[in-house]
Design a protein around this ligand. Structure first.
Ligand SMILES: Cc1ncc(COP(=O)(O)O)c(C=O)c1O
Length: 338
C-alpha cells in the first residue's frame, strides 16, 4: 500500500466526480458558450461575492494572469520571500509581466500591514512603482499557516490608501476557511483578485479559478488567451470543479486532524529535529542536517511512504482526501517504529 504524502495535488477524482464529468453539457468555452464552465464561474463568483470568475488550467497561470492584469512592466509587487508566486512559478512575474518583487521576511509567509506600509516606494522616478501586494493563504512554504484576517484588513486599507491592488494566492484558501470564522465573501470583500485551486485538497483533476471585479476579469480573459490558457470543451473539467466546490470543502477539516496526528507522531519518534505545529494540512519537519533528511526520506520511501523535501533540511508531508484511515494507521505505526 503506497501512502502518498508528497502533496494534496496527487488526489484522484472520486467515482461520483468522475461520473459528473462525461455527463457535463459542453460548448466552446473560448467563444464563451460552454454552459458548465459558465456555471462553475458564476457559482464561484457568487460564493466569494465577486463580480466574475475565470476558469484557468492551473494555479500558476491564474496567479500569473492576475499579476499581468494588475501591473505594467517596471512595476513592483510586494510579496513574501517564501511566496509561491515568487519562488515556484518559474520567475513568471519577471518573465510575463516584467515586474520586480519587494520581498517581505514574514513569519511562516505572513507579513504585517506595517511591513507593507514601509515597503511602498515613494513616488520618485528612481524607484519602481509599487503596484500590487500578493498574499498567500494558506502559506505553502510556511507550513500551511493561516493569516490573521484583521491583518489582511489592515493591509487592504493600506492598499486602498496608496492605490495598490491586493491579490490572494488562495490555492488553499478553503483550508483556511474551514479553520476560521471567515467566509469566502469576507475574502471577496477585501481582495481585488483571488486565485483558488480546484486540483489540490478539493480533489478535482485540473483547474483553478481566478476571481475579481468585472473590469479585472475582462482584462484577465484577454491575458488568459495570450498565455495560451483558453480551453475549448472545458466543461468536462469544470464539472469536476463544480463537484469539488459543492462536496469537498467541509471534509478538509479531516485532513487537518490527520496532519496533527502525523505531526505528533513525528515529534515523539526517534527522528531528531523539530516539527512545526500544523495549522492545516501541511506538516513540516526540520532535521538537523541534510544527510538526516535524506536518510529519513529514504527510510520512509522504503516503506512506501512518499514525502518531499522543502529545502535542504525540511521534510514536508501533506494530508489529503485520498489518505484513508488504514493508511493513517499504517503511517503512524511506521513512524513510531523508525
Ligand atoms: C500556494 C500555491 N499557489 C499556487 C500553486 C500553483 O498551482 P498549480 O500547481 O496548479 O500551478 C501552488 C501549487 O502547489 C501553491 O501551493
Amino acid at each position: 500500500m503506497q501512502i502518498d504524502f508528497r502533496s494534496d495535488t496527487v488526489t484522484r477524482p472520486c467515482p461520483a466526480m468522475l461520473e459528473a464529468m462525461p455527463a457535463a453539457e459542453v460548448g466552446d468555452a473560448v467563444f464563451g458558450d460552454d454552459p458548465t464552465v459558465l456555471e462553475l464561474e458564476s457559482f464561484a463568483a457568487h460564493l466569494f461575492g465577486m463580480e466574475g470568475a475565470l476558469f484557468c488550467p492551473s494555479g500558476t497561470m491564474s496567479n500569473q494572469i492576475a499579476i499581468k492584469s494588475h501591473t505594467r512592466p517596471g512595476d513592483q509587487m510586494i510579496c513574501d520571500e517564501t511566496a509561491h508566486v515568487y519562488v515556484y512559478e518559474g520567475g513568471g512575474a519577471a518573465l510575463h509581466s516584467g515586474i520586480s518583487c519587494k520581498l517581505m521576511h514574514g513569519d511562516g509567509g505572513r507579513f504585517s500591514a506595517k511591513d507593507v506600509a514601509a515597503a511602498i516606494n515613494p513616488d520618485d522616478p528612481h524607484y519602481p512603482r509599487t503596484r500590487l501586494v500578493s498574499i498567500e493563504n494558506t502559506c505553502n512554504k510556511g507550513g500551511g499557516t493561516i493569516w490573521d484576517f484583521d491583518e489582511i484588513r489592515h493591509i487592504s486599507s493600506i492598499c486602498l490608501e496608496h492605490d495598490l491592488r491586493l491579490h490572494l494566492d488562495g490555492a488553499r484558501v478553503f483550508n483556511a476557511i474551514v479553520e476560521t470564522a471567515e467566509t469566502p465573501r469576507d475574502f471577496g470583500e477585501v481582495f481585488d483578485s483571488i486565485s483558488v485551486c480546484l486540483s489540490k485538497g478539493l480533489g478535482a483533476p485540473v483547474g483553478s479559478l481566478l476571481l475579481g471585479g468585472a473590469d479585472f476579469i475582462k482584462e484577465a480573459n484577454r491575458m488568459r488567451k495570450a498565455f495560451g490558457g483558453g480551453m475549448r470543451q472545458a466543461g468536462y473539467l469544470a464539472a469536476a470543479g463544480l463537484f469539488a466546490l459543492k462536496n469537498n470543502i467541509e471534509r478538509l477539516a479531516d485532513d487537518h486532524c490527520n496532519a496533527e496526528r502525523l505531526s505528533e507522531a513525528l515529534a515523539v519518534s526517534s527522528l531528531s529535529g523539530n516539527t512545526l505545529t500544523p495549522e492545516t494540512n501541511l506538516v513540516m519537519f526540520d532535521f538537523e542536517t541534510p544527510e538526516a533528511l535524506t536518510s529519513a526520506m529514504e527510510r520512509l520511501s522504503s516503506e512506501d511512504i512518499l514525502t518531499v523535501a522543502m529545502g535542504p533540511r525540511r521534510m514536508r508531508l501533506v494530508t489529503h482526501k485520498d489518505i484513508t484511515d488504514e493508511m493513517m494507521d499504517r503511517a503512524l505505526e511506521i513512524i513510531g517504529n523508525l
